[in-house]
Design a protein around this ligand. Structure first.
Ligand code: GDP
Length: 301
């Protein structure tokens, strides 16, 4: 938990400092306070729609429960943010009991898909699971080699096609490999070019189709990797992927490099998706399961 919090230090400091600075002018829940709270939320990159909801909820709660002190109100803020997150449900991560569990990584180039695939592999290995990787990002130059290098370091098999080749073919090969070797997990690293949305959709559809043919029910999880430093832009990009495939969760990368961790709440509120992991650096160890409680208290205390 300490590492988790220190990794989030940047978002923690600035958000909590700003919240605390609200105490200086605090005279009660008035227009001025609500406006200042709105600004703090926007600066944390929570986004205007979600920030407005949070402000409204804090205002209503404070009225209903007759909260007066700044302490009570900042406590209420954390509580309302947690409730908003949890209201969206609590879906468990899917696992395939009958054979390999297939996880697809999607997202725009540069968001951290390849690195996150490696990090996830390491976590699964630490749980005693066997993993095969599929280098299905046949578009970005060097992506296949980059994943193959991680695979070598982590001592897991990596199924690769040719650069510019059909990513679905690579995934089929990897599915067959996983079944033949009775492996627990297959993680597919895919390409994410947003410039050509129709193509991206067609490609993702095909990947889903061929994987499901090899392993019934697969892909079991489709995780959209979002670079936290891109802020609200990341949300807009996410929408494209949501339209193109069945995204089941989010991995938020580069949380070590931003003071704008509030994007977690925008993602949850606007896209309804759970944040599964957060990336806190460039090594294979820098991935943590998302923990709402630790996150909120890290941000707010
Ligand atoms: P891809 O194109 O989506 O596969 O992205 P990559 O995995 O190649 O990552 C792009 C860059 O972001 C690389 O330089 C990674 O080392 C870096 N990166 C990925 N995740 C993180 C993270 O959580 N924190 C930091 N600081 N850098 C990251």
């Amino acid at each position: 938990a300490d590492i988790y919090l220190s990794g989030l230090n940047r978002s923690k400091k600035s958000f909590s400092q700003r919240i605390r600075s609200l105490a200086l002018n605090f005279k009660g829940i008035d227009e001025e306070f609500l406006e200042e709270l709105m600004v703090v939320l926007l600066e944390a990159d929570i986004g205007i729609k979600t920030a407005q909801k949070i402000v409204d909820r804090v205002e209503n709660e404070a009225m209903d429960r007759n909260l007066k002190s700044f302490g009570e109100i900042s406590e209420c803020l954390i509580e309302q943010m947690a409730q908003m997150y949890e209201e969206k449900g609590d879906e468990a991560i899917k696992r395939n009991e009958a054979g390999p569990t297939v996880i697809l990584m999607v997202g725009v180039n540069g968001s951290g898909k390849t690195t996150t695939t490696a990090k996830l592999t390491k976590r699964l290995q630490e749980e005693g699971k066997s993993v095969v990787l599929a280098a299905a990002d046949t578009f970005r130059a060097g992506a296949i080699d980059q994943l193959a290098m991680w695979a070598e370091r982590l001592q897991v098999p990596c199924i690769k096609g040719k650069e510019g080749g059909d990513p679905s073919a690579t995934l089929v090969d990897a599915c067959r490999y996983a079944k033949a070797h009775d492996l627990d997990y297959l993680i597919g690293d895919t390409a994410g070019r947003l410039q050509n949305k129709a193509n991206l959709m067609k490609e993702l559809e095909k990947m889903h189709r061929v994987i499901a043919r090899e392993i019934p029910g697969a892909p079991h999880e489709v995780w959209l990797v979002i670079d936290a430093t891109t802020g609200q832009n990341g949300i807009a990009q996410a929408q494209v992927f949501l339209d193109a495939c069945h995204v089941s969760g989010i991995i938020l990368t580069k949380m070590d490099g931003t003071a704008k961790g509030g994007i977690v709440f925008a993602i949850r509120d606007l896209l309804g998706l759970p944040v599964r992991y957060i990336g806190l650096g460039e090594t294979a160890d820098d991935l943590r399961p998302f923990d709402l409680e630790a996150y909120l208290y890290g941000m707010c205390e």
